[in-house]
Write a protein that binds this ligand. Structure first.
Ligand code: ADP
Ligand code: GLC
Length: 488
């Protein structure tokens, strides 16, 4: 199968969160299963810097109905023999300082509708083999709102590839107003509740959900949650209407990048056989790196985008409540200024207990996974979540709210030493529930046999991509069958 993979983030070319990890490792897994995958993403400066095996650029001719002055495709590959990549180089839209969606202060770019509409137009042209590459995909797999217009644009073409759209995060709607809709020149018929219109505005995410042949999200529990008003962000009705073509597939992890036995970013590498010594050495190294006392105390870690979704307020409240207990906290994240300030204030008030690093730091993220005893993920909702899986592989016990992919990838310990539990799961995103789960965990840690059983079962879980990639192939097969007139 020839698959065009369309996304706005792909590790290591551009990353703000888990979307990038998935859009790098799923294509690799599909390639290993014998399929031909081409990944397309915007040519952000970081992507241009990190592209491997760069080839001569392909200038784009003018496309009907869209102004794309000076757009070029930069072909290359993901590093280490990964799949082919096409960077969509439109300097006016993508060559700016700051992040993919906003400036360094976190304010969204005012022309995001225009930028990702332009990106979608180029993807449409690639999908229809109108860019002179002589390559036509059988299927286009789009991810999140930034590519939501692609299935809609393609739906107008009788001879088109099949389309699959994956929701990684429903709270980013790609929502813009009527004036922007008009400015983009989208078909007037799409200003309709059965199409793109969304409570008086319009939504790129909804476009993908309405028009793609098949829909997925990144865990089975999330697929159910998204069809409920509490989680659907206004799109639950659309998803209930399309439930027959909507599936949840749990993400895998890149087991080469996230492997404590080979991880070059760690102070000391380890596996299940020497996890105690390995983690002790990594804890000491992280304490030194972050300026925490070299105490033999439980270390609780967090690596996260600092946004409402992640339940950071619960962690802030718990640290304050437990300020006098012999515990250490190491927190890495960036995002909304209010959480950044609250975390900094905690570190300033409790320097012996709390270390905070604000920013994006791939190396420290790995070292915290290796050093921690517990990894905190009290997310209010979490379509999949990757860190709870990385944590298990590193023998760091995840403490998670039972939602979305957290519910599907962490097994709560029901009895000390049960040999089944891989973490601590709590039912409500409330500080008392988080505290109670952690109390259970701290008690287990004081029981060496139970603790080592827990670590062993966490480290033994297989989160590799093979199974999930096969599940995607099944969805692709159904999308293709639906296109060729079968019943999918
Ligand atoms: P989301 O995509 O909602 O942010 P995920 O758990 O799916 O949540 O993925 C988050 C990814 O981003 C993980 O790979 C995590 O290690 C990484 N990450 C998040 N914040 C940071 C940070 N400040 N520094 C380094 N890595 C981070
Ligand atoms: C999103 C979700 C996260 C998921 C990631 C990759 O950013 O918030 O839960 O793991 O996408 O699918």
């Amino acid at each position: 199968m020839r698959i065009l993979f369309a996304a706005s983030e792909v590790f290591p070319l551009a990353k703000t969160g888990g979307l990038a990890d998935v859009c790098a490792s799923l294509p690799r897994a599909l390639q290993e299963l014998g399929h031909e995958v081409v990944i397309a993403l915007p040519a952000y400066p970081s992507a241009q810097d990190r592209l491997a095996a760069r080839e001569p650029v392909v200038p784009l001719a003018d496309l009907p109905g869209v102004e794309l002055p000076g757009v070029e495709l930069i072909p290359g590959r993901l590093p280490d023999g990964g799949p082919r990549v096409l960077l969509v180089d439109a300097p006016r839209w993508f060559e700016r300082p700051g992040g993919p969606y906003g400036d360094a202060a976190g304010r969204d770019w005012p022309d995001n509708a225009e930028r990702f509409h332009g990106f979608a137009r180029v993807l449409e042209a690639i999908a229809l083999d109108r860019v002179g590459l002589g390559w036509r995909p059988d299927l286009v797999h789009c991810h999140d709102w930034q590519t939501g217009l692609v299935p809609a644009l393609l739906s107008r073409e009788p001879q088109r590839p099949a389309t699959v759209f994956t929701v990684h995060n429903q709270s980013y709607l790609g929502r813009f107003d009527r004036a922007q809709f008009t400015a983009l020149g989208l078909p007037e018929a799409w200003w309709h509740p059965e199409a793109l219109e969304f409570y008086g505005d319009f939504s790129f995410l909804k476009a993908g959900l309405v028009f793609a042949d098949r829909l997925t999200t990144v865990s089975p529990t999330s697929a159910r949650e998204l069809q409920r008003p509490e989680y659907g962000c206004g799109l639950d009705g659309v998803l209930r209407g399309r439930a027959a073509v909507f599936t949840g597939i749990l993400n895998g992890i890149d087991t080469a990048v996230w492997n404590p036995a080979t991880d070059p970013l760690l102070a000391r590498r380890y596996d299940a056989a020497d996890v105690d010594a390995g983690k002790r050495a990594n804890k000491a190294a992280v304490q030194a790196e972050l300026g925490l006392p070299a105490a033999a105390q439980p270390l609780l870690v967090l690596v996260s985008r600092l946004v409402e979704q992640k339940g950071i307020d619960l962690v802030v409240e718990l640290i304050a409540r437990w300020r006098d207990r012999p515990l250490q906290w190491a927190l890495l994240g960036n995002g909304e200024p209010r959480w950044e300030e609250q975390l900094r204030a905690l570190a300033a008030a409790l320097p012996e207990r709390v270390a905070v690093r604000i920013g994006y730091d791939e190396g420290l993220a790995h070292r915290l996974e290796a050093a921690g005893d517990f990894f905190l993920m009290p997310s209010r909702f979490e379509p999949c979540g990757l860190n709870q899986m990385y944590s298990q592989r590193y023998g760091t016990i995840p403490v998670v709210h039972r939602t979305g992919g957290l519910a599907d990838s962490v097994v709560d310990v029901f009895a000390p030493g049960d040999g089944i539990g891989t973490g601590l799961v709590f039912a409500a995103p409330e500080v008392d529930a988080l505290a109670a789960a952690l109390e259970r965990g701290l008690a287990l840690q004081r029981n060496p046999a139970a603790w080592s059983a827990l670590r062993r079962s966490a480290m033994a879980v297989d989160f590799s991509w093979q199974r999930s990639a096969r599940a995607y192939l099944e969805v692709y097969g159904r999308a293709l069958a639906a296109r060729s007139g079968g019943h999918g």
